[in-house]
Ligand binder design. Structure first.
Ligand SMILES: Cc1ncc(COP(=O)(O)O)c(C=O)c1O
Length: 368
């Protein structure tokens, strides 16, 4: 029996081990640890990768979202529209700054917020919209930008799962007023610890994010606003500078693996991911849908195949969000797909043999 993990971080580390160890040593030799030379260089390199004027390194994707919301002027009591089909942190970032998450259903093909359903939820209190680029594919940004722009509402892209994805030829994180990325270690661009970054073309948002990530520190001994300890760690920045130049190559590898999955899994009674027109999917996750999801998952586990569910419980039904008053049935497409989605192994080091083994196990489940 094979053993195919859901992600294989060790396989990703092996080819860059020497470079990473050297970079860590250099950081520790220099001891320039507070927004040091690697953090500053990474900010320039990531901004250039995304095609934005600014990128500001922060401590996590969650803080990227919090600081971007604050910098865009979202205050306590303001409403922020997003989708509950996401990692909890999207809604958590809104709630942590005292704003109110307002949940809208998704397009069940791209898994991103249903741009047509947003308008009905806009009120006088709406200050921002957070479209989430789920699984590595951008949300449909044009109608969202149009809706928001005419009403003075900020659009903050949650690009935490979509480093290098394209929308109509534009990089994720360069379309909205700001883009937020996570460098959690399993992401397409992951650190070996925690990290995040905010991208923006807006000088004012950039300046404010710089303040919020560093205790509101405006100059020596001066604090202009109450902020956070949310800086990007210098060792992580040094590691990310090694991994960023490899990102396009690794994203292409994920796309090639997706093509293999499509052909190996064709004809089975499962739904495969779809790439919408004008998008360039970077397959952070390869998510299929099955009516017998839990049994299929058990079947694959028993054959040594790691899988995941992203995510099993929609955010609007989480206990932590119960104060908002949502109930089952309020966001039907999200609730339905949460019972069917299953993430298959997807990482650049996965090989064709592994994929054939996975596909054979799924065919065996369906006796196909
Ligand atoms: C869609 C989404 N938003 C936000 C986050 C939060 O990022 P982090 O874990 O770096 O705080 C994640 C990461 O898991 C994510 O997948």
């Amino acid at each position: 029996m094979k053993n195919i993990p859901f992600v294989d971080l060790k396989a990703g580390f092996a080819p860059i081990k020497n470079e990473v160890m050297k970079a860590i040593e250099d950081v520790l030799t220099g001891m320039n640890l507070n927004i040091g030379p690697n953090c500053q260089a990474l900010e320039k390199e990531f901004a250039s990768f995304c095609g934005t004027r600014h990128a500001i390194g922060v401590a996590s994707g969650t803080e990227a979202l919090q600081f971007a919301l604050l910098a865009a002027g979202v205050c306590e009591g303001d409403e922020v529209i997003t989708s509950p089909h996401t990692f909890f942190a999207t809604a958590e970032a809104i709630a942590c700054i005292g704003a109110v998450p307002v949940f809208v259903d998704i397009d069940p093909v791209t898994y991103a917020i249903d741009s047509l359903a947003i308008e009905k939820k806009i009120t006088a209190k709406t200050r921002a919209i957070i479209p989430i680029h789920m699984y590595g594919q951008c949300a449909d940004m044009d109608p969202i930008m149009e809706l928001a722009g005419s009403r003075g509402i900020a659009v903050i892209e949650d690009a935490c799962q979509a480093h290098g994805a394209l929308y109509q030829g534009k990089k994720s994180g360069s379309v909205g007023n700001a883009g937020c990325f996570s460098f959690y270690f399993t992401k397409n661009l992951g650190a070996y610890g925690e990290g995040g970054i905010v991208t923006t073309n807006d000088d004012e948002i950039a300046a404010k994010v710089r303040l919020y990530r560093n205790h509101g520190h405006s100059s020596k001994y001066e604090h202009a606003v109450v902020g956070y300890n949310g800086r990007l760690d210098e060792i992580q920045a040094a590691i990310l500078r090694i991994r960023l130049p490899l990102l396009d190559h690794y994203n292409q590898r994920r796309r090639d693996l997706a093509v293999s999955y499509y052909s190996l899994l064709k004809g089975l009674p499962i739904e495969l991911p779809a790439e919408a027109a004008g998008r360039h999917h970077v397959y952070h996750l390869f998510v299929i849908r099955s009516r017998e999801r839990d049994r299929l998952m058990e079947h694959l586990t028993a054959r040594g195949i790691g899988t995941g569910i992203h995510y099993r419980n929609p955010v609007h039904l989480q206990k932590a969000m119960s104060y908002l008053g949502y109930k089952r049935g309020d966001v039907p497409a999200v609730e339905r797909i949460c019972e069917e989605i299953l993430s298959l192994p997807m990482y650049p080091e996965l090989n064709r043999d592994d994929q054939e083994y996975i596909a054979a196990a799924i065919r065996d489940f369906y006796k196909a």
